[in-house]
Design a protein around this ligand. Structure first.
Ligand code: SF4
Ligand code: SF4
Length: 444
């Protein structure tokens, strides 16, 4: 396959990173890529989709990696996976790739092993420069589910109309389903039998980085990896419900300047100039002239170590840092100094956070299940809301009009291929009912 053809197929299929912010995948392909790093870390507790992909579709992933290596002229692909998950991989496929340029790299069972900067370091020994992207060090990072999506696009012409989602938390049974894009999360939960949600709240994503679900409006998107249900009183929920004004007030009165939040930050430990204690202090004390303390937030990945593990005052530097990062992003600001950290800080080794410590600190041990089943629940929403923005970059524009008849897989919106964006498809067959500033709404 030609390089341009691969880009076109992936763009047409609407593939974006399935495990993070949703970077359009065709824009990651580059002839400068020497190493393809597959993120199979399954970083956050209670998230199970990557486990499923690794257990069921490892052969397809390897087949796709061979294509990616050839098309981009890369030297190797490295699958970053925790030792505890190696048993998921098909032994025959592992034997077949032994000694080839597709390697399995056992990464430590730490959090956040799936953060791009941490993963690239653990698998290649390279450190992505501050504010930069992996290709600057000859690396492309791609999520396990995204690799599988590329396989389906190349081999079967499939478009992204569904998303694997794991559902778990404070529920009797955790499951994995394949949900139509644009289905309301409230409807998904009720179709899967999670109907008694009184006194509960729902998170879209993991317990560290996930966001509170608005049960009225939030829908499944191309990046919805997991939906977690917790008691409303749980600290995971309470932290998210606290208004920013209160978070800042608490910080201004209770921060003791111990800078543990920075000392434990995984990116700081890899040598980044990211001092979140300074951000918190500048924001909570209105030190508006201290510009660097704000702009450095662009280097934060939002992992939450500073909040959940480091701060003994129960403050929330993660929320403050991410709020500022979000605002900087809206203004189009990217801190792109491309400074390569001189060295990994020597304290790093002793400050890595094992996943089991994180689970206990979060108070979610009782929600970790021995088994998570893939269930073929019939999901047939009457209406879907296809968002124009399910990715990093320029939102898509509608290519259909109200009243148009569409079937599953038809294009309903796109961003032009030259821009940073992707293609959106109908996830049910029906008619376009309405087009708003956020959605193409399709009714069965
Ligand atoms: S959330 Fe906190 S610990 Fe994580 S990268 Fe940002 S500042 Fe560092
Ligand atoms: S760890 Fe908490 S108390 Fe210490 S500097 Fe950071 S925010 Fe302040």
């Amino acid at each position: 396959m030609e390089f341009e053809k691969l880009q076109e197929v992936v763009y047409d299929a609407g593939i974006v990173g399935a495990g993070g912010a949703g970077f359009p995948t065709h824009k990651k392909f580059s002839k400068d890529v020497k190493q393809i790093v597959v993120n199979a870390a399954e970083c956050e507790p209670l998230m199970m989709v990557d486990h499923h992909i690794l257990a069921k579709h490892f052969g397809a992933m390897v087949e796709t990696l061979k294509i990616l290596i050839e098309v981009m002229g890369a030297e190797e692909a490295i699958i970053g996976i925790k030792g505890k998950n190696l048993h998921l991989l098909d032994k025959k496929v592992c034997d077949a790739i032994s000694g080839t340029n597709i390697k399995i790299c056992e990464i430590p069972d730490i959090y956040p092993a799936g953060d791009e900067v941490v993963l690239v370091y653990e698998t290649t020994g390279k450190i992505i420069p501050e504010g930069s992207i992996p290709v600057m060090v000859g690396v492309m990072v791609i999520n396990a589910e995204t690799v599988y999506n590329i396989h389906n696009a190349i081999k079967k012409g499939e478009k992204i109309t569904t998303k694997y989602v794991s559902i778990g938390g404070d529920v009797e049974k955790d499951i994995i389903v394949r949900a139509p894009i644009g289905m309301k999360i409230s409807e998904l939960l009720s179709a899967c039998g999670y109907t008694n949600l009184e006194g509960k709240a729902v998170i879209n994503g993991g317990p560290m980085m996930g966001k509170l679900v608005d049960m009225e409006t939030d829908v499944v998107t191309k990046t919805t990896k997991g939906v977690l249900i917790f008691p409303e009183t749980h600290s995971i929920i309470q932290r998210r419900k606290m208004p920013m004004s209160m978070t800042l007030k608490r910080a201004s009165s209770a921060c003791c300047n111990c800078h543990m939040c920075s000392d434990m930050c995984p990116r700081y430990l890899l040598g980044y100039n990211l001092r979140v204690d300074k951000t918190l202090r500048a924001a909570s004390h209105s030190e508006v002239k201290n510009v660097e303390s704000f702009t450095q937030s662009a280097l934060c990945c939002g992992c939450g170590i500073c909040t959940v593990i480091a701060c003994q005052q129960m403050l929330n530097p993660q929320a403050i840092s991410m709020e500022i990062k979000g605002e900087l992003g809206k203004q189009g600001f990217r801190r792109q100094n491309n400074a390569s950290p001189a060295e990994v800080r020597k304290e790093r080794e002793g400050r890595l956070i094992p996943s089991s410590v994180l689970i206990d600190r979060l108070g979610i041990r009782k929600y970790v299940k021995a088994e998570v089943k893939r269930e073929n629940v019939k999901l047939e929403p009457k209406t879907v809301y296809i968002p124009f923005s399910q990715h990093v970059g320029k939102p898509a524009s509608a290519t259909v009009k109200v009243g148009d008849k569409v079937k599953v897989g038809d294009v309903v919106a796109r961003t032009e291929q030259t821009a940073l964006g992707t293609t959106m498809h109908a996830s049910i067959s029906g008619r376009v009912k309405e087009i708003t500033d956020r959605f193409v709404i399709i009714e069965r």
